[in-house]
Design a binder for this molecule. Sequence first.
Ligand SMILES: NC(=O)C1=CN([C@@H]2O[C@H](COP(=O)(O)OP(=O)(O)OC[C@H]3O[C@@H](n4cnc5c(N)ncnc54)[C@H](OP(=O)(O)O)[C@@H]3O)[C@@H](O)[C@H]2O)C=CC1
Ligand SMILES: O=C(O)C1=N[C@H](C(=O)O)C[C@H](O)C1
Length: 255
Amino acid sequence: MIKVAVAGCAGRMGRTVCDAVRAANDMELVCGIDPHRPEVDFPVYPTVAAALESWTADVLVDFTQPSVVADNLREALPAGVDCVVGTTGLSNETLQELAALAPDGTCLFYAPNFTTGAVLMMEFAKAAAPYFPEAEVIEFHHCNKKDAPSGTAVRTAQIIAEARGGRASEAPGKETEIEGAEGARGALVDGVPVHSVRSMGYVASQEVIFGSLGQTLSIRHDSWDRTSYMPGVLLGIRSVGSCDGLVVGLENFMA
Ligand SMILES: NC(=O)C1=CN([C@@H]2O[C@H](COP(=O)(O)OP(=O)(O)OC[C@H]3O[C@@H](n4cnc5c(N)ncnc54)[C@H](OP(=O)(O)O)[C@@H]3O)[C@@H](O)[C@H]2O)C=CC1
Ligand SMILES: O=C(O)C1=N[C@H](C(=O)O)C[C@H](O)C1
C-alpha cells in the first residue's frame, strides 16, 4: 500500500484527491493537511511538519496555493517523502532549488495539468508551432483561481517558444495598445501572448490559436469536472516511488 498525505485537503482539488486515493485499492490516505478542519474521518493537521511528526507517508500530494507550496515541500522533501505537486505558480528555478533538497531516491514531480487532454493539447501545440508564424493562448478559469496566467498556459507558451527556436511572433504587439487599455494584447510569456479569462461557469479551459497566411488552427481543451485530473494524480502517486530528482509533466509517465 502506498501511504499518501494530501496538503490542501479541504480545498476543491484536495477533497477530490482524498476521495480518489481512498477509492484506490493500492493506496492508503494517512492524513490531510489544511488550516481548515473539514468534517472528515481521517486526521487533518495544520502544517506538513505537524503531519510528518505523527505519520509516515510515502507520498505528499500538494494542491494548496502558490504562496505556501514551497514551504510545504521544504518540510517533506528533506525527510525523503516523494512529492506529487499540482499547485501552480512555481518557477522552474524554484522547482530545481526545491528538488535539490531531496536525498537520493526522492522525487519531486510537478505537473501543471494532470489531464491527458491538456497534455495532448500541449503536444499538438509543440507539433504545430514551427509551421505558424503566430500563436496566442487564451485560458478560461473559475474566478477563485489565485494565479494568472494559469500554470498550463505558462507551460504551453514555453513549449511553443522552444519549438519555434526563439523566433518572435509576427503579429502586432504591445506597441499597438491604446492609452488606457494597456494589456489588451495580453501578457507576453516567452514572447507568446497569453490572455486570462476569469468567470463563473468555468472549471478550466484553454485554447491555443495558431495563425498563418489565410488560415488559423485552434486547439482547445476543456475540463468540465475536477474528476478529470484524478487518473493523472493517481498515476503520479504510483510513479514517483521509482523516480529520482525533479520530473516535470505527466507526459513522462503516460505510456
Ligand atoms: N496541476 C493541475 O492539474 C491542477 C492544479 N490546480 C492548482 O491546485 C491549486 C489548488 O487549487 P484549488 O483546489 O482550486 O484551491 P483551493 O483554494 O480550493 O484549495 C487550496 C486549499 O489549501 C489550503 N491551504 C492554504 N495554505 C495551506 C498550507 N500551508 N498547507 C495546506 N493547505 C493549505 C487552503 O486553505 P485557505 O482557503 O485557508 O487558503 C485551501 O483549503 C492551485 O494552485 C491550482 O492552480 C488545480 C487544478 C488542477
Ligand atoms: O486552478 C485551477 O483550477 C487549475 N489550475 C491549473 C493551472 O493553473 O493550469 C490546472 C488547470 O488549469 C486548473
